[in-house]
Ligand binder design. Structure first.
Ligand code: AMP
Length: 297
């Protein structure tokens, strides 16, 4: 949705033209989605359709969070800025977290860790996203199943020269990393067998998540509750434990038994923990259905 869509909209020709204008920002997603929409229009004439944008929830970020340290003209000319992704999930899970804990969504500091094959974190202050780890593209931020996440940009030049790669070759490297496995279940098994590369991958993954959580505590001057969600966040107790081990300074203590649960709304911190930590299963399909009903129901 770029900067054009801060919420879901009923699709019409004007909206579709704007989505097409965003093709450059999402060359793999928008053209394919537009084909799907056109086909549905043909097969189901007159049936209203709604566009739900994975970037929309993040449009509330302040400028200091979305601008990069690049020439400002690149923002003006090309709209190079942080957009963030997984917004449907961050919106759904942050709302559900507040509801589950009886917090006032509009007066709370929440962090959502969406840890799946793609992974991102968001800081939600008083019901509005104020920062998120993915950027212009989903490549930035956490270390993911196949994406590098944050790196020193100069590494690209260094590797390009060593491996004789052009920019497409380098982008392929950063987006299609493979090692022990991109499936966390394999990685977890290899970790417990003592595979050093799997151990390194899990340590790097958890440490990066912890660094981002720390950053978002700073961004919001504190945090009331943290939610883990998506494939890894909902199912992988040992990674949650590893991440939470960094937050003794925040007064977070984990309830080890509760943490063994998977895939249900659950508090996994102890009652005396200063910050409440939860598993909140995401449900992007339900969130999309709700948005749709709200607009056309
Ligand atoms: P997602 O992108 O949210 O579908 O998450 C996919 C990731 O979650 C993959 O890396 C899976 O290996 C991981 N995952 C899914 N189910 C489990 C599970 N039961 N235990 C550990 N990891 C899981």
């Amino acid at each position: 949705g770029g900067e054009k869509f801060a919420q879901s909209v009923v699709l019409n020709e004007e909206v579709l033209a704007k989505v097409e204008e965003c093709n450059e920002l999402a060359p793999l997603h928008n053209p394919a989605n537009l084909i799907g929409i056109r086909v549905c229009q043909e097969l189901m004439p007159g049936v209203p359709m709604v566009g739900v944008f994975d970037t929309a929830f993040h449009q509330t970020m302040p400028q200091k969070a979305y601008l990069y340290g690049l020439p400002y003209e690149y923002y003006e000319k090309y709209k190079v800025r942080r957009y963030g992704f997984h917004g449907t999930s961050h919106s759904f899970v942050s709302k559900r977290l507040a509801e589950f804990l009886n917090l006032d969504y509009n007066n709370s500091r929440l962090i959502v860790a969406h840890l799946g094959n793609g992974a991102s974190i968001s800081a939600v202050l008083d019901g509005k996203c104020v920062d998120t780890s993915m950027g212009l593209t989903p490549l930035e931020g956490l270390v993911m199943g196949t994406r590098s996440g944050d790196i020193d940009p100069a590494i690209m030049e260094f590797i390009a020269k060593k491996e004789n790669l052009d920019i497409d070759g380098i982008m392929d490297v950063l987006n299609k990393i493979s090692g022990v496995s991109s499936d966390f279940r394999d990685l977890e098994a290899a970790y417990h067998e003592g595979n050093p590369r799997a151990i390194a991958a899990c340590e790097v993954f958890a440490y990066r998540v912890a660094k981002y959580i720390g950053a978002y505590v700073a961004a919001m001057n504190g945090v009331d509750a943290i939610a883990f969600t998506a494939g890894i966040g909902e199912n992988t107790s040992f990674i949650r434990e590893k991440i939470l081990a960094y937050f003794g300074y925040l007064g977070i203590t984990m309830d080890k038994e509760a943490n063994m649960v998977r895939g249900e709304d659950k508090i996994i911190s102890t009652p005396d923990s200063k910050v409440t930590v939860c598993i909140i299963p995401t449900n992007e399909e339900l969130a999309i259905a709700r948005e749709t009903v709200a607009l056309v129901g």
